[in-house]
Design a protein around this ligand. Structure first.
Ligand code: DAH
Length: 339
């Protein structure tokens, strides 16, 4: 019997098949229930028991070898095509590119998170606003030249309806509904009737902040904004407040940070001053509190407003604001790493 097995092993190694059918016939011939190898197992039952151990081992080796070899023959003919579908499964697939967040969303989220750590929550207001919330309640009297600070898109049919020029309008909406303490920020889109250039756009984004409580002072404003500047632009960042004018804050200031590019030494980003302006701020004018029924004898507060495009341009050294609105993938995909 051992000779027979040896001969079969040799025989199987010589097998070839030209088609899938031929390979299948070989499988049936050798490996099926009535195949040659199964018969061997039947013969095995009849041999003397002292030979069983040795012969059993050799038959098993034969069976495994035959299975492997005949499977190998069959695999040559394995179909790579889904029958009738005309699809070749071995072709490489179409790669779906992973999208990335828009740089303005990334920076918006970063700003929101920094202020969230100081206990500020978020509110939003409408983009299509009325004159009262954008101007009057913020202490811009009618016909006052301060209204010209921001070129406004009005709706022709109704001059009372306009596109908000700043997110300061959300301050009013929040104060109308909420009594202090208020500690909120308001991110959103704003609109100004301005010519589009590398530095200005008619649509852009701002984040407004408002903090109203008893005994809120200018020192609180300064400390909050210093914290923000360091978190956003790095621990070494310094701030500088310059007196300014906004109708809704008194006193008002504009805040500069030490230049992110040269660190204050002077370069063309900071126009060799070492400082770049990033936001407007001030103590909320008592008139503004009173317009929204907040007791200005009891409460004080501060407010600030910044452009998200400006912060993003400084942070990533982007030179042209129009890039944010062109949706050019070559620009947008550069911000993938910071998802
Ligand atoms: N709303 C101002 C603007 O769009 C920015 C601003 C300045 C907001 C001073 C403030 C502030 O809250 O206190 O130019």
């Amino acid at each position: 019997m051992l000779d027979k097995i040896k001969a079969l092993r040799e025989e199987i190694k010589q097998l070839t098949a030209q088609t899938a059918d031929e390979a299948e016939h070989l499988r049936i011939k050798y490996l099926s229930k009535k195949g040659i190898i199964s018969e061997l197992f039947n013969d095995f039952k009849t041999i003397p028991s002292e030979q069983k151990r040795e012969v059993g081992q050799v038959i098993n080796v034969l069976k495994n070898e035959a299975q492997e070899f005949i499977n190998g023959l069959k695999e040559q003919f394995a179909d790579t095509q889904v029958k009738g579908a005309g699809v070749d499964l071995t072709l490489p697939g179409t790669v779906m590119k992973l999208g990335s967040r828009h740089p303005l969303s990334l920076v918006r989220n970063e700003i929101v998170n920094i202020f969230a750590r100081l206990g500020f929550n978020i509110s939003e207001g409408p983009e299509i606003e009325d004159d009262f919330h954008v101007f009057t309640a913020l202490n811009f009297p009618e016909e006052h030249p301060a209204r010209d600070m921001q070129d406004t898109f009005f709706i022709e049919k109704d001059p009372d309806v306009l596109l908000r020029t700043h997110t300061s309008s959300v301050q009013v909406r929040v104060m109308e509904k909420t009594q202090p303490p208020i500690r909120s920020i308001f991110p959103g889109r704003v609109f100004r009737n301005e010519a589009i250039s590398a530095r200005a756009h008619c649509i852009f984004h701002q984040v407004e902040g408002l903090y109203i409580d008893e005994n809120v002072s200018f020192a609180d404003l300064k400390q909050t904004l210093l914290y923000f500047a360091k978190e956003m632009f790095g621990e070494k960042t310094q701030i500088r407040l310059r007196p300014s004018y906004f109708p809704f804050t008194e006193p008002s200031a504009e805040m500069d940070i030490s230049c992110t590019l040269c660190g204050g030494k002077g370069c063309n980003v900071c126009k060799y001053t070492g400082w770049v302006e990033i936001l407007g701020c001030g103590m909320v004018d008592p008139h503004v509190l009173e317009y929204s029924n907040i007791d200005s004898e009891k409460y004080t507060g501060f407010a600030f407003g910044m452009g998200i495009e400006r912060i993003t341009m400084l942070k990533y050294q982007i030179k042209d604001i129009r890039l944010f609105f062109e949706n050019d993938v070559r620009f947008l995909e550069q911000f993938k790493a910071s998802i």
